[in-house]
Design a protein around this ligand. Structure first.
Ligand code: SF4
Length: 223
């Protein structure tokens, strides 16, 4: 068999395998997992086990987890092992983040976590259809790839990243779509924190439906 034919079959197998992995949700490309305190949004300060899954094509230029973009850079880990690792800690909640975790079928992972009495929290930009059973959904919408409509009903928390002034407009627009019960947070992009904080404080004082989300873990120098 010629070299080109072999390459084609390998490529074809890889794509088929990827589709299976996405649909089955039994293995995840794991970027990192760690037990820490949630640093952002409504659950700030509460201990949680974080599972960061690889793969995101949204491409925020300020993304602080660019290492998560290419799923093929990360080893596939069976969800049994992810759950077992979380259970080695006293964590009562697991935050599934990315990357963009909704690119995968999260049903099996959340079922397994719930069987062990673990609460399931999702951090998502809402760009792929929802799977899994969630106790808390934090929707962090991105203008270059807005969320699917279903997320506006599902979101417990809306967290909009403020990089520049026009992001306030994006935040207001997004807040029109979520349920009244949804908690509203503005969070400065980390590298802009010093420059943004004063403007954001004044904005929130004028628009008290919003809350400030600080990346408290970065101030505490924890993961
Ligand atoms: Fe990074 Fe999240 Fe933006 Fe994806 S959606 S590029 S992971 S900040």
């Amino acid at each position: 068999m010629c070299y080109l034919c072999t390459e084609f079959i390998m490529q074809k197998n890889r794509i088929v395998l990827s589709e299976e992995i996405v649909m089955q949700g039994l293995n995840m490309p794991l970027v990192e997992e760690f037990y820490t305190l949630q640093g952002e949004g409504y659950h700030t300060g509460k201990p949680a086990y974080f599972i960061r899954i690889g793969g995101c094509d949204i491409g925020c230029h300020w993304c602080d987890t660019k290492i998560s973009w290419d799923p093929e850079m990360h080893s596939l880990v069976p969800i049994e092992r992810l759950v077992a690792n979380a259970l080695k800690t006293p964590a009562r909640a697991v935050v599934v983040t990315g990357g963009e975790p909704t690119n995968y079928n999260l049903g099996p992972l959340t079922s397994m976590l719930k069987e062990h009495g673990i609460k399931t929290f999702l951090e998502t930009a809402g760009t792929s259809p929802i799977t899994g059973t969630w106790d808390w959904i934090c929707l962090s919408p991105k203008p270059q790839q807005p969320p699917l409509e279903q997320y506006y009903d599902l979101a417990d928390e809306l967290k909009v990243i403020v990089f520049e002034d026009k992001d306030f407009h994006w935040a207001e627009e997004q807040s029109e779509y979520v349920q009244n019960s949804c908690k509203l947070y503005l969070q400065s992009e980390w590298s802009r924190y010093q420059g943004n904080v004063e403007v954001m404080v004044e904005y929130i004082k004028r628009n008290p439906k919003w809350n400030m989300s600080l990346q408290a873990h970065k101030f505490m120098h924890i993961p």
